[in-house]
Design a protein around this ligand. Structure first.
Ligand SMILES: Cc1ncc(COP(=O)(O)O)c(C=O)c1O
Length: 375
């Protein structure tokens, strides 16, 4: 019999990441390309993490500690949670995959916002599981509609807070109402990848929901404010039984020697976190003000990126900016045809982006710059 790839896998559109700087430089024959495409920390890794990576390199011939003892205990102390409620992952993306592997099947599905981090729907589709997409409301997760969309067959609900790509957040009050109405058999996954950037007073800490006995998984990552996206490490905090299930299906050495060491050191580098937050806050204000001054429409963001609306297709604006040495992200894949997502960078990088945007708008068509304006 002929080998056949399962049909549901053929329907998955692969995840398209931000273009690496080196690739863009090769392609363009250009130096000093600026990448504002993957919501990374423009200040780089914490110096303490770098030191731990150098030190850890000498142990690269040994397998990593499969239990991630030091990091998990440090997290346990920091989060005031028992260590057996914490599971490490090769980035929080891997935890999304492990969650789907553990809890989804052809019969048991998930509820996901239709314009959110694409890896949720990819992970659901990979399991051939039913996927219910719920529209955003005012660019935010509509928690009321998501709770109402749950059925007896729903196992997981994925919520990004703040959401990628809109940079919006859902409030404590919205979560309280959600948890009152969502069926008890549903496990709610709250992805807090960007939580450290948020300054809004009504932004919830969903670990409180976990401590209050709610059926929740909180995902966090070292890829964003800690500046360790290239190391690949994140964690899930959840109820003990769920942690056990995730531990059962994960690969034993899913986080490397260097990733564990770097994350352990980064956790203690509160100075780097505070600096990164302050830098982002200042530069997000700068970028927002400059976009508004140009009449460019964007969604106000609590995170380290903006969803920016464009007069032409996002892909065209992306290509035009790329030719000028600035990498952003077109947003068609997220269901926003005329938008790009731009990460907040250093002042020089933000200025490069704004400058390129000005040239793009004017260069693409005489009227383009005008059509960026809000009418
Ligand atoms: C909402 C959200 N969660 C998770 C991730 C990925 O995190 P990690 O690098 O830990 O896999 C991203 C990355 O862009 C994201 O936007």
């Amino acid at each position: 019999m002929k080998f056949r790839v399962p049909g549901h896998l053929l329907k998955i559109a692969p995840y398209v990441p931000g273009k690496p700087i080196e690739e863009a430089e090769r392609q363009l024959g250009m130096r000093q390309v600026v990448k504002l495409a993957s919501n990374e920390n423009p200040l780089g890794p914490s110096p303490r993490a770098l030191e731990a990576i150098r030190e850890g390199a000498g142990r690269a011939h040994r397998y990593p500690d499969s239990q991630g003892h030091d990091l998990r205990h440090a997290l346990s102390g920091r989060l005031h949670l028992p260590v057996d409620q914490i599971v490490l992952g090769n980035g929080s993306t891997e935890l999304v995959e492990i969650l789907s592997k553990a809890f989804l099947s052809r019969e048991r599905g998930a509820v996901v916002a239709d314009q959110s981090f694409i890896m949720y729907s990819i992970a659901v589709r990979a399991m051939g599981a039913p996927l219910k997409l719920v529209a955003l409301k005012d660019y935010r997760h509509d928690l009321e509609a998501m709770a109402a969309a749950c059925r007896d067959t729903t196992a997981l609900v994925y919520i990004a807070n703040p959401n990628n790509p809109t940079g919006t957040h859902v409030t404590r009050a919205a979560f309280d109402a959600y948890f009152r109405s969502v069926p008890r058999h549903v496990l709610t996954v709250v992805d807090e990848a960007y939580r450290d950037y948020v300054e809004a007073p009504d932004y919830p800490d969903c670990l409180e929901d976990l401590r209050n006995g709610r059926n929740v998984v909180v995902l966090r990552t070292f890829s964003k404010i800690h500046g360790l996206a290239g190391m690949r490490i994140g964690y899930a905090a959840t109820v003990k039984e769920v942690a056990q299930a995730l531990d059962g299906v994960r690969s034993p050495f899913n986080t490397s020697v260097l990733a564990q060491a770097a994350a352990r050191a980064a956790l203690d580098d509160v100075h780097h976190v505070a600096l990164s937050k302050a830098e982002n806050s200042q530069e997000a204000t700068f970028l927002g003000t400059e976009l508004a001054r140009r009449g460019v429409r964007f969604v106000p963001s609590v995170a380290n990126f903006f969803l920016v609306f464009t007069p032409q297709k996002g892909e065209e604006v992306y290509q035009a900016l790329l030719r000028l040495g600035v990498i952003v992200r077109p947003m068609e894949a997220y269901g926003f045809d005329r938008a790009i997502r731009v990460s907040v960078g250093l002042r020089t990088e933000n200025e490069r982006f704004l400058d390129a945007l000005d040239h793009t708008a004017v260069g693409a068509s005489g009227r383009a710059r005008k059509s960026y304006r809000v009418s």
